[in-house]
Design a protein around this ligand. Structure first.
Ligand SMILES: [Zn+2]
Length: 311
């Protein structure tokens, strides 16, 4: 038997057939064209799924369920609200069932990625885990007793918007000092630009050729890896900011493991070792077992595999 996972994005819809080992056996995609009426977007989703089934030579009878990961707040099969798609109260699951007669489930895309890590990735074998995605913002998903925790209203794992500085920077959510203003790739780039502006001797300046637009997370991290003083100061502060959020999560949830994914994870052990060191120094209950910090493992497959695991 198979499950189908759909990764609904603002630009593309990706879908895959997933086998019982959690591996994608065939996948495809189609443009979302999100400005259209939602009925048309979901009709294309149905066509994509049916095309994949035909291509792989199986039918709806071989499929246990379909899961959809969608941006925004998702609850009881509805996309309650999504900025990316410009959707409000869209009956996503019922609409897709018009095209294929199997149970359909939906959840938020960050939650779905956490479910992928929990069932098939870095958090496999642990009952309680949090997956943190350090990208443009900070996304998160919380798994408690092997089940996603989405809150009572579908917006329960917005960990990027927990405040870590009361007098901090204004966030896109309207709050002040949110974790994602300090721990995301965007934050590292912002600090890199400031570092370059105050220290033209910095390797950040050299690597970016003095051009603000060429300051990336990789530039700042590469300069820090090489021991550049300004870059190291920025990196150390960045690591502290990540760890403040991680320790908040541990103090609230006490999970078995926290998996870190997203673009910043490309920094590899240089980042992970620094985060672990700072975390161990600052964790509350040092003498009893506490959450391991690891890298997420599912990468690009997380959206499809995690959606397929929804039930
Ligand atoms: Zn915020």
């Amino acid at each position: 038997m198979y499950r189908i996972g759909i990764d609904l994005g603002g630009t593309n819809i990706a879908a895959g057939i997933v086998n019982e080992e959690g591996k994608i056996v065939i996948q495809g995609s189609t443009p979302t064209l999100a400005t259209r009426p939602f009925e048309e977007v979901i009709a294309d989703m149905g066509k994509l799924v049916n095309d994949l089934l035909a291509k792989y030579g199986i039918t709806a009878d071989d499929v246990i369920s379909i899961g959809i990961g969608s941006p925004g707040a998702v609850l009881n099969g509805y996309v309650i609200f999504s900025n990316n798609l410009n959707w409000k109260h869209v009956p996503l699951c019922d609409e897709l069932r018009k095209y294929i007669d199997v149970p359909v489930y939906a959840d938020n895309d960050a939650n779905v990625a956490a479910l992928a890590e929990s069932t098939c990735g870095a958090c496999k074998g642990y009952k309680n885990s949090v997956t943190v995605t350090l990208g443009t913002g900070i996304g998160g998903g919380i798994v408690i007793n092997d089940k996603l925790y989405g809150g009572s209203h579908g917006v329960g794992a917005e960990i990027g918007h927990m405040a870590i500085k009361f007098d901090g920077i204004r966030c896109t959510c309207g709050g002040i000092g949110c974790w994602e203003r300090y721990g995301s790739a965007t934050a590292l780039i912002r600090e890199g630009k400031l570092g370059m502006a105050r220290d033209s001797q910095s390797m950040i300046y050299t690597l970016a050729q003095g051009d603000e637009n060429k300051v990336t997370a990789k530039v700042v991290i590469d300069a820090a890896k090489a021991g550049d003083k300004t870059a190291c100061e920025i990196f150390d502060e960045y690591v502290k900011n990540i760890v403040v959020g991680l320790i908040n999560l541990v103090n609230i949830f006490d999970p078995d493991v926290i998996a870190i994914g997203g673009g910043v994870a490309a920094a590899g052990d240089f980042l992970l070792d620094a985060v672990r060191e700072c975390y161990e120094e600052n964790i509350f209950y040092k003498d009893i077992p506490h959450a391991k910090i690891v890298f997420a493992e599912m990468g690009n497959d997380a959206g499809i595999v995690g959606a397929a695991m929804l039930s």
